[in-house]
Design a protein around this ligand. Structure first.
Ligand SMILES: NCc1[nH]cc(CCC(=O)O)c1CC(=O)O
Ligand SMILES: [Mg+2]
Length: 337
């Protein structure tokens, strides 16, 4: 029997009865956002005392390790389960192969080590990808035509993930979209005894213009220039392909999967969740953040209300959690009630 048949006709059925009062609205609400659903992405750079605003992401700053510590403390205090680290790498360290990503004494391993020492209860997630480390801004090693070479790139990604795991990271999150990298990373982690390291796979990651502000933040935009990532990130017109990508990553050993970007791809999120019923995450990316911030700054949208509505929409679409630059704001609003 369909839902329409079991619902009484007007006037016996008046859906507005349950909308009249706040108590019934709360009583019948189907989806809720909690601090437990939030992952907070942050940009971290070398140095000390750094709090450098990212112009295309108002309210977002690049931190050094010392200024990041109070941010991590706030996550703990507000009940945000995971902090996701993205590095801003000194241009002098960038090379065509991005090998600095594998250095055990690099920025990310040092930050991971210190965060886990200070806040063992806070989950730490790291990006497995070479774009912050490559001189050309692509997520891997390129051939003469600028094509990212899958297997050579994967070998470096495996070393990067092992370095991060050795530093004590809880979750590695490959965002590169190379084929077979989840399996390669899982095998290497198991082989090195890192049996607890969780993998959150950026499985359905689209070649999106919504990443623009992020590339400003990590400083890869200028290096990337006019080239794009369409030869490895997914075509925005596709959805069946997202299911194949997720299936592959799960078979290769992903513990959690992700759809990215977020708001324009809620249909993909719903398909993935309904098909696989596994822990599924969405990334409300930098351009989505910038879009809401810009409209709010102009007085065109109510900041707090659109933030909370946008995050609730991810839950309704089936997300188990959301990576969002609004995580601290949202957790504070949730606390305030
Ligand atoms: N590996 C790169 C990476 N990891 C996360 C983002 C985007 C996140 C955002 O826009 O907030 C990107 C950008 C890209 O693929 O070019
Ligand atoms: Mg894939």
């Amino acid at each position: 029997m369909s839902q329409h048949e079991v619902f009484a006709d007007f006037p016996a059925g008046r859906p507005r009865r349950l909308r009249r009062d706040d108590f019934t609205r709360r009583l019948v609400r189907e989806n809720r956002l909690a601090a437990d659903d939030l992952i907070y992405p942050v940009f971290v750079a070398e140095g000390s005392g750094l709090r450098q605003p990212v112009p295309s992401m108002p309210g977002v700053e690049r931190y050094s390790l010392d200024t990041l510590l109070p941010v991590a403390e706030q996550c703990v205090e507000l009940g945000i389960p995971v902090l996701a680290l993205f590095p801003v790498i000194d241009p002098a360290l960038k090379t065509p192969d991005g090998v600095a990503a594998t250095h055990a004494d690099g920025l990310i391993p040092r930050v991971v080590g210190e965060l886990k020492r200070r806040f063992p209860q806070l989950g730490v997630m790291t990006d497995v990808a070479l774009d912050p480390y490559t001189s050309h801004g692509q997520d891997g090693v390129i051939d003469d035509d600028g094509y990212v070479i899958n297997e050579i790139t994967t070998e470096i990604l495996v070393r990067q993930a092992l370095t991060q795991a050795a530093a004590g990271v809880d979750i590695v999150a490959p965002s590169d979209m190379m084929d077979g990298r989840i399996g390669a990373i899982r095998t290497a982690l198991e082989g090195a005894g890192h049996i607890h390291t969780r993998i959150m796979a950026y499985s359905a990651k689209y070649a999106s213009a919504f990443y623009g502000p992020f590339r400003d933040a990590v400083g890869s935009a200028a290096n990337l220039g006019k080239s794009n990532k369409a030869a490895y990130q997914m075509d925005p017109g596709n959805i069946d392909e997202a299911l194949r990508e997720v299936a592959l990553d799960l078979r290769e050993g992903a513990d959690m999967v992700m759809v990215k970007p977020g708001m324009p791809y809620l249909d993909v999120l719903r398909r993935v969740k309904d098909t696989f019923r596994v822990p599924t995450f969405a990334y409300q990316v930098s351009g989505e953040y910038a879009m809401l911030k810009a409209a709010a700054a102009n007085g065109w949208l109510d900041h707090d209300r659109v933030v909370m509505e946008s995050l609730l929409a991810f839950k309704r679409a089936g997300a188990d959690g959301v990576l969002t630059y609004f995580a601290l704001d949202a957790a504070r609003m949730l606390r305030a009630g």
